[in-house]
Design a protein around this ligand. Structure first.
Ligand SMILES: *[C@@H]1O[C@H](CO)[C@@H](O)[C@H](O)[C@H]1NC(C)=O
Ligand SMILES: *[C@@H]1O[C@H](CO)[C@@H](O)[C@H](O)[C@H]1NC(C)=O
Ligand SMILES: *[C@@H]1O[C@H](CO)[C@@H](O)[C@H](O)[C@H]1NC(C)=O
Ligand SMILES: [Zn+2]
Length: 264
């Protein structure tokens, strides 16, 4: 299962659906990195606090999650995990890893049950993609996240309405390492970090939200430690998405169960 085929499938899906995704305006020219959208959802494109960097890992939990947690622990930094319920791994099989991520103080967030493009689903199906994972999170960590990343960054108004009703903040990204496109090429993804972090002017600017995939071994075990070390050497604070927005930790999760019967 940890096969090239699955990553290639995700990559192909990503490429195919990028076209239909809401266009992401250049965050560098957009003063509104955090947008309140119609329907009540908040959409985040970039950190608001200067000197921060939010490193985000998608599509787990998987067989590299524990190794990645060790790397983060050894450097005493926090990251954000956008976990699926059933994509590369089944969340029940990796419950201990999810619990460790939460207990270590990383931000545990939703990437939906099995990575479907929410904009292609009926409202009922889209709600189910969220609620199945909410239930799984409640079973594992006792709460469910209020932050999520839409698969493929794909959003439209019906999806935003559903996210707003469920009190979600949707997190897109401002830097893409493109690791899904070249899973075995360390240099290609690491260069994104070098260019970002070597430019000393960036330290005074609002921080970046960097996208990568923990299901790729090179990303999780080789690029992540190098990128974190470079960020720390350059004087960045390596923090969660919530922290890079100045949002207190008790807003990252909720115990409230939101009724979804209107979609039945
Ligand atoms: C949604 O969030 C708002 C503001 O944080 C809060 O007042 C409200 O109770 C939440 N609703 C649910 C159903 O959790
Ligand atoms: C990465 O860069 C190093 C140093 O420039 C080089 O030796 C290595 O061959 C490169 N690897 C790939 C996969 O391009
Ligand atoms: C970034 O800085 C490091 C260390 O100073 C250097 O080795 C590397 O070549 C630089 N990379 C880029 C893309 O500027
Ligand atoms: Zn994903």
């Amino acid at each position: 299962m940890p096969s090239f085929f699955r990553l290639a499938t995700i990559a192909a899906l990503f490429t195919a659906t990028l076209v239909s995704a809401v266009p992401i305006s250049d965050p560098n020219s957009n003063p509104s990195f955090l947008q309140k959208r119609a329907g009540g959802a908040t959409v985040v494109y970039r950190c608001t606090i200067p000197g921060t960097i939010a490193i985000t890992f998608d599509d787990g939990p998987f067989i590299y999650t524990n190794g990645l947690l060790d790397i983060l622990r050894s450097r005493n930094v926090k990251a954000t995990f956008f976990f699926n319920g059933n994509t590369y791994g089944r969340i029940e099989d990796f419950a201990a890893s999810v619990k460790s991520a939460y207990e270590d103080g990383h931000q545990v967030a939703s990437h939906t049950w099995d990575h479907k493009d929410l904009t292609t689903l009926s409202p009922g199906e889209a709600v189910e993609e969220l609620t199945k994972l909410e239930d799984a999170f409640r079973g594992i960590i006792g709460v469910r996240p209020t932050y999520m990343r839409p698969p493929f960054g794909s959003l439209n108004q019906p999806v935003l309405d559903i996210l707003g009703q469920r009190n979600y903040t949707a997190v897109v990204w401002s830097q893409d390492t493109q690791d899904w496109a070249h899973p075995d090429d360390f240099n290609a993804s690491y260069q994104v970090y070098e260019q970002l972090l070597n430019n000393t002017e960036n330290l005074g600017q609002p921080g970046h939200i960097v996208l990568q995939h923990e299901v790729n071994q090179v990303t999780a075990l080789q690029i992540a430690p190098m990128a974190i070390d470079l960020a720390l050497v350059r004087g960045y604070k390596v923090v969660t998405v919530g922290e890079c927005l100045g949002d207190p930790k008790n807003n990252w999760y909720t115990t409230s169960v939101i009724d979804s019967t209107i979609y039945d």
